[in-house]
Design a protein around this ligand. Structure first.
Ligand code: NAP
Length: 531
């Protein structure tokens, strides 16, 4: 790798990897900061890169080499990547602390979540065996006697996968997409969210330098996204994670609108938690909801696309729920993640802090503040410099009339408590989110409760990517409202972007093209034999 010598006053300039080379941008680099200390860490710049040539190299060199391997062989590559990441895990935690301002437990969600996801796809891919093609169903006869028929197949797309990612998951956000793409035989270009690009770049650097993947299979562009979509060709795919506003811009780009580049969008979402009708304060279901809400509001300082933003409780329990959630939030110590006493670190940047403060102030014009942790001093952090903010619980008894709480995502430790009259009212209020990533339901054990929970889950499935149902019998086994498991679907309809990721081998669909081969029994037999 080329080493760039910088003037002593400058921090390290992170290199881009494209076209089989490590390349520095030629423009004014963008500094990345420690959001707690305010110090500059590294710089990124993608100015002057030959995107068109680099993308062509990715398709031709990386794609061809990956597609020559079987699914089992590519699964082996994922396993080897997981080992490289595991070996460098300590360095990743240090970068996360410095650049994302997260405490260890929150860095783990990103870093260990990435390693776990890679391991899961390595196992799933190994089970696909030594084949080069996937069959989609059985052959169907199109003529009497079956002498002529149709066999659907799934073949890897013959383009590249461009990932434009959000700042909040620099590790998991790369690998939850790259694992199914590489397993499918599709080479990757990732453009991480700029403010936390360091961790993504470091992981890509480690994996490229380990020489596991064929040349051209894994690439990174750090900094501005200018020109990336212009370089996409019809067989490429684009996977975007970020805000609804940016998503709308991408959908209108000629690559998508005119060249039919397949696009997957994971956007923002006003997720909910519902305490089922009939619950009483102090019951197991009540306590489980309270615990999970406090956890979801504070993990990664609420910067999770899946975090609970709206909490629905039976109207008689509004005050009890407000008190119990507030009491739990009051235990959250906020400040410098390097201090052992701190439970919640900072937001990712001062810009993000301003955005959260603005969103909170807007919601406060329409809702009461039921708990505000901002009175307590930050631990080991200067409020004039650090991007730290304590959790705030809002609430309004007018859940029907306060539209803004159903439509506004404040990307920080903020949620709103809302009362409902009966089960139908609760479902109608949840649906006001216009499509979300996840909703969690809290009920008791027992057959009647299970029946009501299943019924509600199926109703909400139409407007959610995932419905997470918690009863006391699974309290210690459950994976968490906000944790995205590779075995389960991630994505949501409507406002959430309409995308689908993960869900085990379902994720491979995005990176494959389905086609029907029509022919004689002998030809279809040949197709089946290669799968
Ligand atoms: P963002 O501002 O939309 O940025 C997302 C990515 O798009 C970044 O890499 C950004 O680059 C890039 N970008 C910005 N403008 C662009 C343009 N005109 N053309 C191409 N790319 C462009 O979102 P964010 O603030 O990073 O992320 C927070 C949001 O993401 C939240 O709303 C959250 O709900 C959502 N999110 C959703 C999921 C999910 O799975 N559904 C997961 C995580 C986050 P720069 O960083 O260089 O600006």
């Amino acid at each position: 790798m080329t080493i760039i010598t910088l003037p002593p006053s400058c921090t390290e300039l992170l290199l881009n990897h494209l076209g089989g080379r490590w390349t520095a941008g030629t423009g004014d680099a963008t500094p990345l900061f420690d959001p707690v200390l305010g110090t500059e860490l590294v710089r990124v710049d993608a100015t002057g890169l030959d995107l068109s040539g680099g993308f062509e190299h990715t398709r031709r060199v990386g794609g061809t080499a990956l597609r020559a391997l079987t699914y089992r062989a590519r699964a082996g590559l994922l396993g080897a990547i997981g080992k490289v990441l595991q070996a460098n895990r300590d360095a990743y935690y240090e970068i996360a602390t410095a650049n994302s301002g997260t405490v260890k437990n929150d860095s783990a969600v990103d870093i260990d979540g990435a390693i776990y996801t890679l391991g899961t796809y390595a196992r799933l891919g190994d089970a696909l065996g030594d084949r080069l093609t996937l069959l989609d169903g059985d052959a169907t006869p199109l003529a009497k006697g079956g002498a002529f028929g149709s066999q659907h197949v799934q073949v890897p797309v013959q383009g590249l996968a461009l990932f434009i990612n959000a700042f909040n998951f620099p590790a998991w956000g790369l690998w939850e997409k790259a694992a199914p793409a590489l397993l499918s035989g599709v080479p990757v270009v990732v453009k991480p969210g700029t403010s936390t690009a360091w961790l993504t770049q470091r992981m890509v650097r480690d994996v490229v330098e380990a020489g596991i993947l064929p040349p051209g299979a894994l690439n990174i562009v750090c900094g501005s996204s200018a020109g990336l979509l212009d370089a996409l060709r019809p067989f490429d795919v684009l996977s975007f994670t970020g805000s609804a506003d940016t998503a709308a811009l991408l959908r209108r780009h000629p690559a998508v609108a005119e060249r039919s580049v397949r696009v997957n969008i994971e956007a923002d979402s006003v997720n909910s938690a519902v305490l089922m009708p009939g619950a009483v304060p102090g019951s197991a279901a009540f306590d489980l909801l309270v615990k999970e809400v406090a956890r979801e509001m504070t993990v990664k300082s609420g910067q999770k696309c899946t975090a609970i933003r709206r909490i629905f409780v039976p109207e008689a329990l509004y005050d009890a729920a407000a008190e119990a959630i507030g009491a739990r939030l009051a235990k959250t110590t906020v400040g410098n993640p390097r201090n052992e006493a701190v439970r919640m670190g900072s937001l990712v940047s001062r810009a993000q802090l301003r955005s959260v403060q603005d969103g909170l102030a807007t919601l406060q014009q329409h809702a009461q503040t039921l708990f505000d942790g901002r009175g307590a001093a930050l631990i080991d952090a200067d409020p004039a410099i650090a991007a730290c903010i304590a959790p705030v619980l809002l609430g309004t008894r007018d859940a029907d009339g306060t539209d803004i709480v159903h439509t506004t995502e404040v990307f920080g430790p903020v949620a709103t408590l809302l009362p409902y009259r009966d089960a139908a009212h609760a479902r109608a209020l949840v649906a006001r989110g216009e499509g979300s990533l996840v909703c969690s339901l809290y009920g008791e054990d027992g057959a009647d409760s299970a029946h009501a929970l299943a019924d509600t889950a199926l109703d909400l499935a139409a407007s959610h990517g995932r419905v997470h149902v918690i009863t006391p019998e699974v309290a210690t086994l459950q994976s968490g409202h906000g944790n995205v498991m590779p075995q389960s679907l991630h994505g949501g309809p409507g406002r959430a972007g309409g995308g689908e990721e993960l869900g085990g081998l379902r994720a491979l669909n995005f990176y494959h093209r389905r086609a029907a081969v029509q022919g004689s029994a002998a030809v279809l037999g040949g197709v089946q034999a290669s799968a």
